[in-house]
Design a protein around this ligand. Sequence first.
Ligand code: SF4
Ligand code: SF4
Length: 98
Amino acid sequence: MSEQAKAATIEEKQYLLRFNADTKSHLHVLNAEVCLTDCPDKICTIFCPAEVYKWEEIRMHVGYEGCHECGSCRIGCPHQNIKWEYPKGGHGIVFRLG
Ligand code: SF4
Ligand code: SF4
């Protein structure tokens, strides 16, 4: 495969992203108990392309600063347990196009 045709790695693609994180999260797990007791698969830790959700023994850590704003967690949580909003104006992801 030629160098030009080679697919970019996630790391290379992420180099094109910059974040201007707000001090407050725009993502909220509504009920931590549901994650702990009713959701053995913790699917948000798999479908989020930015690995925002990380299960830490008994709780979900939400690294909102790296969110790509794809909106998947609005529909991906089987318990509708994530409240997702866009970050406040001027905050969030910035795409560098070249
Ligand atoms: S998918 Fe939803 S309910 Fe399951 S761990 Fe993630 S936020 Fe909690
Ligand atoms: S909007 Fe997308 S990138 Fe952001 S936390 Fe949800 S799934 Fe992850």
